[in-house]
Every structure is written in structure tokens, then in C-alpha cells.
Write a protein that binds this ligand. Structure first.
Ligand SMILES: Nc1ncnc2c1ncn2[C@@H]1O[C@H](COP(=O)(O)OP(=O)(O)OP(=O)(O)O)[C@@H](O)[C@H]1O
Ligand SMILES: [Mg+2]
Length: 257
């Protein structure tokens, strides 16, 4: 744990055409803890994750990683520095097994050779024994070892989401950005996911930034929460503060309360 925010998005402004998607918003995420980012539809949450992962350059503001200014780095460079993300829509490849997804992510994380050439060579085993061992260990550590040989398409949505988190983790991130990981999950699946994200934080000391519509999930596992509405930061604080927040109620109910 460090008291210094591991990730800081400082005074971030993003403009699409004439529209401000983010207006001087500052959020921070600490290593070894879960930070929630919530707000109604179109508030700017995915836009903030795009900035934090180097996919989008802000019009103004800075991105800091462990105190270093990384505003001008692109996503592959930030990836090398330990920033991993999952997407709002699932990104798994139908034909590869779960284990193969994890090995690929591990290779990307270690800057090792790309696997596609090996993968596409018929009859060749492209996974080395040490990679197999490491990927299997990660899956069992996350209690999903039994699905190693499955292809994602054959798995329930909730399990697929767990695989995506495992895949992001396999790159050994310092920062994990999760965009609505519980979308489309039932209650039991959401609980499994919440449990996984918490374990990730504890075991690997990762700074997790969690965007999620399921407020109970966010309030249940985050230590600090930022709330944005129409591109502006309207409140922030621990769950007990957010539960009582008038601004948050207004933003979600759309009325004065
Ligand atoms: N590439 C883009 N071009 C133009 N406008 C965009 C683009 N991406 C997002 N926007 C707009 O920016 C605003 C913020 O969008 P964003 O996707 O960040 O919201 P969000 O909080 O993630 O919403 P949701 O909860 O629906 O996922 C919205 O008004 C959206 O329409
Ligand atoms: Mg979004």
C-alpha cells in the first residue's frame, strides 16, 4: 500500500466536437484498493477509462502513474508500464481456449514474442511448459482452474467476465481498469466477480478503477468512489458518504431530493 495515488487523472477535459464529455475532472486510485467511478448513462465514465489507458488524449489535464507524468504515452506504452483494462463489450476470441487467452496475455505482459505465428502453425504446440504452468496457476489462484480447456463462447456470461479479468491480470498490471464488468450478470455471478476483484486487489496490490452501473456492487467493495454527471465531478468519498449524498441522489433520480 502507498499513500500516494498510484493513478491520477488530473483536471481531465475531453471534447468530442463541440460537446464536453469531461470537464476538468480529477480522480485518483491507490495501489491495493478499489476505487469506484459511477454516474448516469453518458456521464463520461468510459471516456475517463479511455484517457487512463492512453486510448484517448485529453484536450487538457494530465495523467500520472506513480507520480510520473505519462499524459503523452499511448496505450501500448501504458500497457508496458502496467495499465490493463477490460472493455464494456466482451473481447474474447471464440476459437481459443481460456488457457490460451491467459498465455497470450502473459506473453503480452512480459513483452515476449507474439504467439500468432506459433498458434497458426498446424500441429505445433505453441505453449511452453513454464507458460502452461504459470497460466494454470493464475486460473486456479482465481478459483476458475476447471475452465482452462473451455472456449469462452461455451461459458456463461458471468464466467466469461471472470476470464476477462484473469486475462487482464495475466499481464501483471499495477492498474486495472474495469468497464462495467458486471453488465449482464445475474446476482450470483456479480457476487463472484466482486469477490474476484477484491482478491485481485489484496493478492497483487493492484490499483483497481471500477466503472459499474450496479451501485450495490460498487458501494460494497470500493474504498473510495468518484461520481460524475454530464462530464463533471459531482461528489467523491467512501461508500457511507456516497450513500447519503444529495448530489448523487439528484443525479440518479434526476430530481431535487
Ligand atoms: N467517440 C465519441 N464521439 C462523440 N461523442 C462521444 C464519443 N464517445 C463518447 N461520446 C459522448 O461523450 C459522452 C460520455 O460518454 P461515455 O461513453 O464516456 O459515457 P459513460 O458514462 O461511459 O456512459 P454509459 O454508462 O452509457 O456507458 C456521451 O455524451 C457520449 O455520447
Ligand atoms: Mg460507458
Amino acid at each position: 500500500m502507498t499513500d500516494r495515488p498510484f493513478l491520477e487523472c488530473r483536471d481531465i477535459t475531453v471534447q468530442f466536437g463541440g460537446v464536453r464529455a469531461l470537464d476538468a475532472v480529477t480522480i485518483t486510485a491507490q495501489a491495493g484498493s478499489i476505487t469506484g467511478l459511477i454516474g448516469p448513462n453518458g456521464a463520461g465514465k468510459s471516456t475517463m477509462l479511455a484517457v487512463a489507458s492512453g486510448v484517448l488524449s485529453p484536450k487538457s489535464g494530465s495523467l500520472l502513474l506513480d507520480g510520473e507524468d505519462v499524459t503523452h504515452l499511448r496505450s501500448h506504452q501504458l500497457g508496458r508500464l502496467g495499465v490493463a483494462r477490460t472493455f464494456q463489450a466482451p473481447q474474447l476470441v471464440g476459437e481459443m481456449t481460456v488457457l490460451e487467452h491467459i498465455v497470450l496475455a502473459q506473453r503480452i505482459g512480459s513483452g515476449g514474442p507474439h504467439l500468432l505465428r506459433d498458434y497458426l502453425t498446424p500441429g505445433r504446440s505453441w505453449i511452453r511448459a513454464d507458460e502452461l504452468e504459470r497460466a494454470s496457476r493464475l486460473l486456479s489462484g482465481l478459483d476458475i482452474g476447471e475452465i482452462a480447456a473451455a472456449t469462452p463462447g461455451a461459458l456463461p456470461m458471468g464466467t466469461r467476465r471472470l476470464v476477462e479479468v484473469a486475462q487482464a491480470l495475466a499481464t501483471r498490471p499495477k492498474v486495472l481498469l474495469l468497464d462495467e464488468p458486471a453488465a449482464g450478470l445475474n446476482e450470483a455471478e456479480s457476487a463472484g466477480l466482486a469477490d474476484l476483484v477484491q482478491r485481485v486487489c489484496e493478492r497483487f496490490g493492484v490499483a483497481v478503477l471500477l466503472v459499474e452501473h450496479d451501485l450495490e456492487l460498487v458501494l460494497g467493495i470500493s474504498s473510495n468512489i468518484f461520481v460524475i454527471d454530464f462530464g463533471r465531478l459531482i461528489d467523491q468519498g467512501p461508500p457511507e458518504h456516497i450513500r447519503q449524498s444529495r448530489q448523487v441522489k439528484e443525479a440518479y433520480l434526476g430530481v431535487g431530493v
